[in-house]
Design a protein around this ligand. Structure first.
Ligand code: BGC
Length: 498
């Protein structure tokens, strides 16, 4: 199987112009990130809207307004959490299906289907009359996200010339953050409108429509065409996207890669049984596990709920969310610009340290000021928490956010790259589901201790990076084993010494 996630150096000698076609195709595909981000950002605000709670979760609404209700348990409800997390459950199965279907039918039809699923989900949610319709809509959105997240990053890597592959790849994460920001702003606007939640949820149709229309204009990737025996068409597309007549060199490279990887009949079996694949499998999958256990989606999903828990009004908490999401988008640009200079490990360790410090501070503040019953009396505490959350989010945005996706795409050997990448996507979905489903209950039970738990996780992941993750910056992808894994103090034992 050919996947195009190759790194910058791998094809550095291959001639290519930076064509309009490549930028257009990458930007259109990255709109898949906008869909993902819009969804991440919309659910928190919607679940804090009274009209939404009255219609679908009346008991939560009543509980929220009971004066003597425990502060930490206001929103604890399994069904309410299922509204947020059902999407990710569907996403896991959808991305598995996508990894198979995109190999068989190409990347383009899968990207088109992703937007179609997402559009249907948005429409169903807009018209939702009962909980079943709402959850049904979420499942359709989840299929869209699963198809998109599995295919878009691979698509961009396959279409981009090697030199600018890293930067174009991070555009996916950048559009995720723009989607989150847009969603929180939409929530802010709709919160005062009658049945505003309908417009918030229906708004997901906008990125879906952009992707659907745009996907008619993108090219199928040469790698996918050649992989499926359509050599002439593959050459035609290569000429177009590289802006050159002579593309024989790159064509032959892809052909060679196809032949090698086609020998592997069962990439998943190869991935799980061959000991040499263990180091990237462990590191790539754990990176996504840790990405979620930074606690980022506690902020992304439930920031408005958290701010309300601390006693901020409805509007103030939605504005605070727009602010944190703005910080998220801006800080991501720093990663895009600096990650090929300062390296992956620097950002991962720095980010984990920054997040540890802020989680401890937030936990300590809540422990001191947010008692079980009654609002926070100090007026400055919610503001300090907002500032701390911004520092926390920026730490994530230039480290574990983009690198959680980039590193798994550059550490696998070609023949198991697609299967390995699926494991990272699936781990992301599983952990996002767990956080989405259990955070509010955990907040109710463990209160501020939860923030200390995430702080400990951040320490563990920082140590993991220091001791177990090799630096991948500037290493040709096909040399990763020779230059890194085989020389690593721990991972080298998985390789037969010759
Ligand atoms: C993560 C999401 C997260 C987002 C925040 C992504 O990389 O996978 O779970 O919500 O970043 O920007």
């Amino acid at each position: 199987m050919v996947t195009g996630v190759m790194n910058i150096e791998e094809g550095a000698s291959l001639p290519a112009k930076n064509t309009f076609q490549v930028f257009m195709c990458s930007i259109i595909a990255a709109v898949g990130g906008l869909m993902f981000g819009y969804d991440i950002g919309i659910s928190g605000g919607v679940t804090s809207m009274d009209t939404f709670l009255i219609k679908f979760f009346h008991h939560v609404y009543e509980k929220k307004h009971r004066v003597h209700e425990n502060n930490y348990c206001k929103f604890d409800d399994q069904l309410l959490q299922l509204f947020t997390s059902s999407l990710y459950l569907a996403g896991i199965f959808a991305s598995l299906a996508a990894s198979y279907l995109s190999r068989r039918f190409g990347r383009k039809p899968i990207i088109m289907s992703a937007s179609a699923f997402f559009l249907c989900g948005a429409i169903l949610n807009f018209f939702a009359q009962e909980l079943g319709m709402l959850i049904g809509g979420r499942i359709l959105l989840g299929c869209g996200i699963g198809f998109g997240n599995q295919t878009v990053p691979l698509f961009i890597s396959e279409i981009a010339p090697a030199r600018i592959r890293g930067g174009l790849n991070l555009m996916f994460q950048f559009l995720i953050t723009i989607g989150i920001l847009a969603a929180s702003y939409v929530n802010f606007l709709t919160s005062t409108v009658k049945d505003g939640w309908r417009y918030s949820l229906g708004g997901a149709a906008v990125p879906a429509l952009i992707l659907l229309i745009g996907s008619f204009f993108i090219h199928e990737t040469p790698a996918s065409l050649i992989e499926r025996g359509k050599d002439e068409e593959g050459k035609r597309v290569l000429r177009k996207i590289r802006g050159l007549e002579d593309i024989e060199l790159e064509f032959n490279e892809i052909k060679r890669a196809t032949e090698i990887s086609n020998k592997v009949k069962s990439p998943f079996k190869e991935l799980f049984t061959k000991s040499e694949n263990r180091p990237p499998l462990v590191c790539g999958t754990l990176l996504q596990f840790f990405q979620q256990f930074t606690g980022i989606n506690v902020v992304m999903f439930y920031a408005p709920v958290l701010f309300q828990t601390m006693g901020s009004g409805n509007n103030a908490s939605l504005i605070s969310t727009v602010v944190t999401n703005g910080v998220n988008a801006v800080a991501t640009i720093i990663a895009v610009v600096m990650v090929d200079r300062l390296g992956r490990k620097f950002f991962l360790v720095e980010g984990a340290t920054q997040m540890t410090a802020t989680q401890i501070s937030i936990g300590a503040l809540l422990l001191k000021h947010l008692h079980l019953i009654g609002p926070i009396t100090s007026r400055s505490v919610p503001l300090i928490v907002l500032i701390l959350i911004c520092i926390y989010v920026s730490g994530f945005a230039w480290s574990w956010g983009p690198l959680g996706w980039l590193v798994p795409s550059e550490i696998y050997p070609l023949e198991v790259r697609n299967a390995g990448y699926f494991c990272a996507v699936a781990m992301n979905m599983v952990c996002t589901f767990v956080i989405g489903q259990f955070f509010l209950s955990a907040l109710c039970r463990f209160r501020s201790a939860l923030f200390f738990f995430f702080a400990v996780m951040n320490v563990i992941m920082g140590l993991f990076v220091i001791f177990f993750l090799p630096e991948t910056k500037g290493v040709p992808i096909e040399d990763m084993a020779e230059q890194r894994w085989k020389k690593h103090w721990h991972w080298r034992k998985y390789f037969k010494q010759n």
